[in-house]
Design a protein around this ligand. Structure first.
Ligand code: SAM
Length: 258
């Protein structure tokens, strides 16, 4: 088969290091009967060892050349291929208990994480390879410079852990940055927001000027009298509030909730 030229617009950095591939499969521990979906199978670096452990796998791939290569390698009863942009995929149509994984194209990693927030009830767990810096922002705790909108909105929905870092030389072509694997599991008990779009707007506004006090940044959204009721000091900044603080503030300011 012809050599595939990596397409930069699809964020194609293919995994080539066998020890890294082994370590990732070891983390995932795929088992027969599980409902696995791989995003961006590419040339099959993870797909091949996954299928050694599974009877059936679903993959989502945007690049039609790669789709036809995959079609030539496995029959549809072993490998179901969704030839589409993952951002347009409705994850409610695959059944439940989804184990989703992927060495993700870095240019769509944040929109994809926000897309998956719509499907948490269908998800069992997620293993993603991302830019290390993005994983650091995802798992960051309040008070740290990396803590931001991504940390709050994802930690609201998921327990997350950075499992391993992966050096650039494990890929071909080599990316400019270091990568890391994050493991994510939906939270079953959480303080819940009355209205999630409102929580999302509040968090976005708070972090839009992260150096300013909440009193200033949230002026248009939160009446000053609400801060003491929410037991939040309005001279603090966005990065000082916990997830529970944001949920409390969102619930107290959602129109109709007070
Ligand atoms: N899994 C392979 C590996 O580890 O070697 C390839 C990883 S490569 C970083 C990302 C893969 O995602 C490529 O195969 C790329 O074509 C695919 N991809 C990029 N954008 C996509 C999108 N929006 N939807 C689905 N797949 C996408």
């Amino acid at each position: 088969m012809n050599k595939h030229n990596a397409r930069r617009r699809f964020g194609q950095n293919f995994l080539t290091d066998p020890s890294v591939i082994r370590a990732i499969i070891n983390l995932i521990q795929p088992k027969k009967g599980e409902n696995l979906i791989e995003i961006g199978p590419g040339l099959g670096a993870l797909t091949t060892p996954l299928l050694e452990n599974l009877d059936h796998l679903t993959v989502i791939e945007i690049d039609r050349d790669l789709v036809s290569r995959l079609q030539g390698k496995w029959t549809p009863n072993r490998l179901a291929i969704v030839s589409n942009d993952v951002l347009n995929v409705d994850f409610s149509k695959f059944g439940g208990k989804l184990r989703i994984l992927g060495n993700l194209p870095y240019n769509i990693s944040t929109p994809l994480l926000f897309h998956l927030l719509n499907y948490t009830t269908y998800i069992h767990d997620l293993h993603f390879m991302l830019q290390k810096e993005v994983v650091e922002r995802m798992v960051a705790k309040p008070g740290s410079p990396a803590y931001g909108r991504l940390s709050v909105m994802l930690q609201y929905r998921f327990d997350m852990e950075m499992m391993m870092t992966v050096p650039a030389h494990a890929f071909n072509p080599k990316p400019k940055v270091e990568s890391a694997i994050v493991y994510m599991v939906p939270k079953y008990t959480q303080p819940s927001a009355v209205d999630e779009p409102h929580l999302s707007r509040l968090v976005k506004t708070a972090f839009s000027q992260r150096r300013k006090t909440l009193r200033n940044t949230l002026k248009g959204m939160v009446d000053q009298s609400i801060f003491p009721i929410a037991q939040i000091d309005d001279t603090l900044r966005a990065e000082d509030l916990s997830i529970a603080d944001y949920v409390r503030l969102a619930n107290l300011t959602y129109p109709g909730s007070v």
